[in-house]
Design a protein around this ligand. Structure first.
Ligand SMILES: NC(=O)c1ccc[n+]([C@@H]2O[C@H](COP(=O)([O-])OP(=O)(O)OC[C@H]3O[C@@H](n4cnc5c(N)ncnc54)[C@H](O)[C@@H]3O)[C@@H](O)[C@H]2O)c1
Length: 345
C-alpha cells in the first residue's frame, strides 16, 4: 500500500476526480470537507467508480483545534492535496473577509502541522488568475504576477507566497503550486462532476444548464475583444487530465525527485478557445442547439489566457490528452444525470 494522502475539499469538483485518480494508483485517501459546496452523494459517486470508500472527516478547516485533532488522529499522513477553498470571484468582492479567512486560515493551519513533520509533501490549488491579463501568450510560469483583480485571486497569490516562505525555512517540507487554467468536464461514468450552487459563474456549467432548460439563454459577455471572433479566449482543460496531474506532482514530491522544495506548474492544454468556439464544439459534440445572445462585456474579464505547458510536459512528464469535444460531451452527460436525479426528488 502506498502513502496515505489527505485531500481537503475532496468532495468538490476537482477534488473528487483527484480522489478517484489517487485511489486508482493505489493511494489510501482521507478526505476533509465541510460540505459547504458539495454533498455526501459525491462520496457515493467515488465509491461507485473505484469500489473503495475513502475515509471522510466532515470538518471545517477554519477550526484550528479540529485541524490539530485531525493530525493527531492520522499521524501517518505526509502528503496533502489542498483543494478546500471558496472560489466564487463575485462573492469574494462582496464578502472579502469570508474569502481571506476561509482560503488563508485553513492553509496556514495545515502548514503549521505539515512543516513540523520529518517529511511532508503538499500540493496547492492555485489558478491562472494570478497572471491577470498577461503581457505575452502563451503564459509561462515566470510571467509577472499582476495585482489581483478580486479578493479570491488575491488569496491564491498570498497562498502561494505563504507556501514559498514556509518552504524556505523548512527544507524537509516540499510543495508544488499548480496553476489551473479552466477546468471543465466530468468523469466519463457521470458518477461525479461539477455541481455549481446557484447561478454558475463559469461558461461550461452555464452552457449545459441552458441546453437542459434550467436557464433560458446563455449570455456571451462581449464580442468586440481583439480576438479572432471578438469573444474571450481561455484554455479549457478536462478535469480528468487535471486530476492525473495532481497524482504525478504529488508522486514527484513523495519520491524526492525534485531538487527544489518549492515549484510552480501551469496546468492547461496549451490551446486557447473563444467562447463562440466552445459553443460550437458543444453543439457539434452533443447535437444540442444552444440559445445564446451577445451581452455587454463583463467587468474584470481578461481578454485571453492560455498556458505554456512546456514545464509541466517536460518536468512532470504530464500532458493533457482529452479534447474540448470530449470534455464538453462528458459535462453534458453529467448534466443529464443531475437532471434525472433532481426529477426523482
Ligand atoms: N474550478 C475552477 O475553475 C478552479 C480554477 C482555478 C483554481 N481552482 C481552485 O481549485 C480548488 C478546487 O476547486 P473546485 O472547483 O473543485 O471547487 P469546489 O467548491 O467544488 O471544491 C472545494 C471543496 O472544498 C470544500 N471546502 C471549502 N471550504 C472548506 C473548509 N473551510 N473546510 C473544509 N472544506 C471546505 C467545499 O465544500 C468543496 O467541496 C479551489 O481551491 C479553487 O480555488 C478552481
Amino acid at each position: 500500500m502506498k502513502s496515505k494522502i489527505l485531500v481537503t475539499g475532496g468532495l468538490g469538483f476537482i477534488g473528487s476526480h483527484t480522489v478517484v485518480a489517487l485511489q486508482e494508483q493505489g493511494y489510501e485517501v482521507v478526505i476533509i470537507d465541510n460540505l459547504s459546496n458539495s454533498s455526501l452523494d459525491v462520496l457515493a459517486g467515488i465509491t461507485k467508480i473505484t469500489q473503495i470508500t475513502p475515509e471522510f472527516e466532515n470538518m471545517d478547516l477554519r477550526d484550528k483545534d479540529a485541524v490539530a485533532g485531525f493530525f493527531e488522529k492520522y499521524p501517518d499522513i505526509n502528503g496533502v492535496i489542498h483543494f478546500a477553498a471558496s472560489k466564487a470571484v463575485g462573492e469574494s468582492v462582496e464578502n472579502p473577509l469570508l474569502y481571506y479567512e476561509n482560503n488563508l486560515s485553513s492553509l496556514i493551519y495545515i502548514l503549521q502541522h505539515l512543516s513540523q513533520k520529518e517529511q511532508a509533501s503538499f500540493i496547492f490549488s492555485s489558478s491562472c488568475t494570478v497572471y491577470g491579463q498577461a503581457d505575452t501568450l502563451p503564459i509561462k510560469e515566470n510571467a509577472p504576477i499582476k495585482k489581483a483583480m478580486s479578493p479570491y485571486g488575491n488569496t491564491k497569490q498570498i497562498g502561494e507566497e505563504i507556501i514559498e516562505d514556509t518552504c524556505k525555512v523548512h527544507p524537509a517540507f516540499k510543495a508544488i503550486s499548480l496553476r489551473y487554467f479552466n477546468p471543465i468536464g466530468a468523469h466519463p461514468s457521470a458518477e461525479i462532476g461539477e455541481l455549481p450552487i446557484g447561478t454558475p459563474q463559469n461558461l461550461v456549467p452555464f452552457i449545459t444548464q441552458t441546453a437542459i432548460g434550467k436557464r433560458e439563454q446563455l449570455s456571451v459577455f462581449g464580442d468586440d475583444y481583439p480576438t479572432k471572433d471578438g469573444t474571450c479566449i481561455r484554455d479549457y482543460i478536462h478535469v480528468m487530465d487535471l486530476a492525473k496531474a495532481h497524482v504525478v506532482a504529488l508522486k514527484r514530491l513523495l519520491d524526492n525527485s525534485s531538487e527544489k522544495n518549492y515549484d510552480v506548474f501551469n496546468l492547461g492544454t496549451g490551446n486557447g478557445n473563444t467562447v463562440l468556439e466552445v459553443i460550437e464544439s458543444f453543439q457539434k459534440s452533443t447535437g444540442k442547439k444552444l440559445a445564446y445572445k451577445i451581452a455587454d462585456r463583463r467587468e474584470g474579464d481578461v481578454i485571453a489566457a492560455y498556458a505554456d505547458t512546456n514545464k509541466a510536459n517536460s518536468v512532470l512528464n504530464w500532458k493533457a490528452v482529452h479534447s474540448l469535444d470530449e470534455a464538453l460531451k462528458s459535462a453534458w452527460k453529467w448534466e443529464e444525470k443531475v437532471m434525472k436525479i433532481e426529477k426523482k426528488h
